[in-house]
Design a protein around this ligand. Sequence first.
Ligand code: PLP
Length: 441
Amino acid sequence: MTDEKINLNISAQYKKRAEKVIPHLTGTFSRAATSFIENVYPLYIQSGNGSHFTDVDGNEYLDYLMALGPITLGYNYGIVNQAIKDQLDKGILFSLPHTIEVELSELVCKTIPFADMVKFEKSGSNAVTAAVRAARAFTQKDMIAYCGTGGVWHDWQAAMVSRDGGVPKFNEDLIKIFDYNDSDGLEQIFDDNPNKIAAIVLEPTQFEEPKNNFLQKVRKLADQNDSLLILDEIVTGFRFDLAGAQKYFGIKGDLVCFGKGMSNGLPLSAVTGTSEFMKTFDDLWVSSTNNSETLSMAGTKAVINEMKEKNTIQHCWKIGKILFDGWNKISEKNNINAKMTGYPIRMDLRCFNNSGSESLSMKSFILQEMVKQNVFMSILGASYICYSHSEQDVEKTLQSFENVCDIINTKIENDDYQKHMDGSLPKTIWSMKLPSIKKHN
Ligand SMILES: Cc1ncc(COP(=O)(O)O)c(C=O)c1O
């Protein structure tokens, strides 16, 4: 391991140009320079291949952020590229629907439990918002009980987080928050708002495991109160299992949304469900010109078929487990409280300093030292495994982490991680504004 600084000059030049022409530097907050450690992390990418990408200065990194989760197979994935190219020769968007929309819908229905019908959208936010519209229309109720940590950036939901400028105030009164694994809190929401809750919106898991039959209790509360259960499977779908979290956890959603995991980076998302609920869309103005774009559909069909044929998800669990367990063994051996938590395919690194407090500077320091060894992990977000990650990739990652532990053991005194940062800490992107509802005593 050398202490030579990685050259990021061209990245810095692009940032200067972006500052003039793009609000917050890019269209996605989580990708902006402020979400990483400035002067240490690269800022602009040239290309990607498999589990790696090359930045604009020509440095190659082993990636675990995977484009914020969508890359489930790998970058520049041959079969998917070919499907896109074949479709490109036919055309991108037409005056009528293309047959690929029917073919992909049939494939999704065959793959996802309880999916009789599919409606495609372009982003995860759009898909979950479309499901909320359908639930409100179907139940003739307006309020939403929401469990999660955010992710859908439309008015109905953005009302609960910071950066909510421009969202009409009344949206805030229509959304009630409950915590994961707190079915009592959800029950309280129903008690406080009888016959008003159109839907429960829930990510089946983020990093926590469901406890005490939480998911089954949520399902029961939806049924007892004539509310729909909307599952946000934007991340869990096509990642935890080919059939998603419904299969993985043995639950049933009424409307189930897919996005990131489904398309290996292509801009496509979907709402699925039984015809009873999906037919609500017959009469809803949820429609957009580019929803019928065919390159994403052709590519997604290739992604799903590849996942089926190669059992790619099983590979991801296997590789992820080697990383997850190996990392935690190293942290334990070195007596450094920096643990991978969550699931081996969707991990969250949590770092606690000597006084037991969760420490952003400790995590930032560790990942700064990882990125200096060309292993790219997100500080504010999750780490993901894709089909292109190999055992050699994991070996390199674990060796790099061993090196970081050596640095901590020789350099760090009294948790003075901040002193050893080569750039500023990442800035939190958003925070929850509304309190979670708890059971009244
Ligand atoms: C669980 C979850 N749902 C929905 C979304 C929104 O998806 P998109 O960014 O494609 O709109 C995200 C994005 O991070 C997410 O993590």
